[in-house]
Write a protein that binds this ligand. Sequence first.
Ligand SMILES: Nc1nc2c(c(=O)[nH]1)N[C@H]1C(S)=C(S)[C@@H](COP(=O)(O)OP(=O)(O)OC[C@H]3O[C@@H](n4cnc5c(=O)[nH]c(N)nc54)[C@H](O)[C@@H]3O)O[C@H]1N2
Ligand SMILES: Nc1nc2c(c(=O)[nH]1)N[C@H]1C(S)=C(S)[C@@H](COP(=O)(O)OP(=O)(O)OC[C@H]3O[C@@H](n4cnc5c(=O)[nH]c(N)nc54)[C@H](O)[C@@H]3O)O[C@H]1N2
Ligand code: SF4
Ligand SMILES: [Mo]
Length: 702
Amino acid sequence: MNEMSPIRIGHSACPHDCPSCCALDVELTAEGGVGRVRGSAENDYTAGVICAKVARYAERLSHPERLTKALRRTGGKGEGTFQEISAEDALDEIAEAFRRAEARHGPETVWPYFYAGTMGLVQRDGINRLRHVKGYSGQYDTICTNMAWTGYVAGTGKLAGPDPREIAKSDLVVIWGTNAVATQINVMTHATAARKQRGARIVVVDVYDNATMRQADLALRLRPGTDAALACAVMHILFRDGHADWEYLSRYADRPQDFARHLLDRTPEWAAAITGLSVHEIETLARWIGETPKTFLRLGYGFTRSRNGAVAMHAAASIATVTGAWRHEGGGAFHNNGAIYHLDTSMISGLDKRDPSVRFLDQSRIGAVLTGEVLDLKGGPPVTAMLVQNTNPANVAPEQEKVARGLAREDLFLAVHEQFMTETAEMADIVLPATMFLEHDDVYKGGGHQHILFGGKLVEPPEGCLTNHAVICGLAARLGAEHPGFAMSEREHIDHLLAASGWGDLERLERERWIDCQPPFEEAHYLDGFAWPDGKFRFAPAWSDFVGPNRPPDAAAIGPHQELPEFPDHWAAIEAADETYPFRLVTAPARSFLNSTFSETPTGQQKEGRPEVMVHPEDAAALSLSSGDLACLESRRGATKLHVRVTDVVGRGTLVAEGIWPNRAHVGGRGINALTGADSVAPHGGAAFHDNAVRISRVVLA
Ligand SMILES: Nc1nc2c(c(=O)[nH]1)N[C@H]1C(S)=C(S)[C@@H](COP(=O)(O)OP(=O)(O)OC[C@H]3O[C@@H](n4cnc5c(=O)[nH]c(N)nc54)[C@H](O)[C@@H]3O)O[C@H]1N2
Ligand SMILES: Nc1nc2c(c(=O)[nH]1)N[C@H]1C(S)=C(S)[C@@H](COP(=O)(O)OP(=O)(O)OC[C@H]3O[C@@H](n4cnc5c(=O)[nH]c(N)nc54)[C@H](O)[C@@H]3O)O[C@H]1N2
Ligand code: SF4
Ligand SMILES: [Mo]
């Protein structure tokens, strides 16, 4: 940590891939460095609280291993031997390689690949401008949000919900499938305020007794992938006990009678057998919800990272419709506010140049794409050139064995623009060093709240580091790609975006630091109707022809969507445990990492220790496993090694491994995603990271 004295406070926004998108106050030192980072107390969602990772950002910003020079590979692929070259030469070489690849196979052979390492709209999405202008292959984003967003919108018709600040005005906060203490701390800020100020109760639904569950008045630890069964039994009880609001249902829901009939045999006993919860626990949750008009369901991503995840999300959101909780301040079901911003990103993303005939390749299936699986290539050429920005697929993508084989291909030219020598960068032909958020201008929007925030350049980057925008514009110039967006600065882009979207201009945003985009109460609570033509929440979504926020660009639906249940139900599409793979593994987030980010910082490493898998004491005893043993975990897709932690925070039959550790932190060099699958989840794709049948055995060291 920088010990120098702060001379002033700069304002920013956290760029990381986190629903909280915190408003930040940053200590700036006389020497041009950064001290402590704090949450802005003036922002009423951040409310002065941020996570410890970002509070000590100086550690990441001035990390001795930060990349500051462009590099060209000298040794074999992945050997990690590079020589320093100038940034100009590096950009020349990338452009030349893209041109060569295109001459041989056509523009679709180039695949710009990116994700949300920064959530800044200019720095993150500018890569799409180059893509569209050049006719390079598209990217269908599937790694994170597909099941969650699709499931929510299948009911409401829109990705938006009650003002998340209303959590503080709720009497019952149900935190479902999100480890908020670790992944979005501000949910806890508002939930705890409700508890302190009005005696609200907190329920947590998760698969292990994590830090969030330890805050709960009712802690529901269920089996992974069984949330829809819990939701159905809760709704069965609500109908049974007269807590369904029929007046509300007749006005605001499709087919409530049919749905109630469908639920008749989804009893608490039925759900207990599926979820592993007791009938008493299920009855208690239903009674609390039934008796509490101001019930706020805060629905996370975690419980949707299963092959039945979209159904689970839709089922949980349906609860608020059965009781009519949507009608109340502090009531309803919230997941994400993406739709409230109506941002026109065409200048940043070059959407005017998008050719709909160009293929889209599935982000999560990068392993299959790079190893040339025919269906994944959509009948087009092999991918022979890539630029990767803001993501670390060698580590975070599913089916890691295939990803590793693909990235190692001799005929693949790989450029990686990074802040650190990640395991993806290690595979590169050219590595470019990237700025960090405090070193460039950008604009952000909160998924878990309702603000657009400005994050301006506050400090100088290390000499040599390039912004994403500079890389994209530098390549465009060399490739003869023309678009007005390449001639604009970051600030001009922000100004243009705000004006085009009806949110004023940069001058105002910079002065006011954020814009509160919260729609009026009636709209946010769907009191003027849900966002379907008939205004009704859909208990029976038209899954197969449903156009959601993550609709595949070239198909109506993917994955086994024909099998999706008509109404909310337990859909047994998950990878069930069997004799060969008797355990169910969840690959949950680590509190001190953010995906693969922060695993490079000393504090991150020290707090997390080492890659471990949690095993219930009885399971451990049956397998003669003890804490500290090295174990091999195997799924149908691959294997990895971790150390065992015997603990009853997990239930029998469930294993939890926290954190996406660097692959090299695992004995043997294969990471957790060697186990996870890349098969597309219905109906709009996605990766089921928490849905793995595995076996575990002790590694006997010779
Ligand atoms: N510290 C930290 N913060 C993060 C991240 C991180 O890696 N670390 N990642 C960031 C990103 S990219 C995202 S998308 C968000 C995601 O944040 P969340 O919405 O919290 O989602 P997940 O991180 O996938 O998982 C959260 C919880 O879901 C639980 N879970 C897994 N399977 C099931 C299930 O079947 N049912 C139920 N009820 N629970 C289940 C896991 O045990 C875990 O506790 O967090 C962001 N914030
Ligand atoms: N097993 C398992 N795997 C998972 C998950 C899980 O729960 N379990 N979660 C999945 C989810 S939800 C997600 S979203 C993905 C995310 O996975 P990734 O997209 O890889 O996310 P991060 O690790 O946050 O960031 C990736 C990289 O972006 C770089 N970066 C940050 N800012 C910038 C910038 O301004 N410019 C450039 N050029 N680079 C920058 C960082 O240094 C970092 O190496 O992982 C998925 N993988
Ligand atoms: S909680 Fe999320 S948004 Fe807030 S500072 Fe931490 S990583 Fe950033
Ligand atoms: Mo994510």
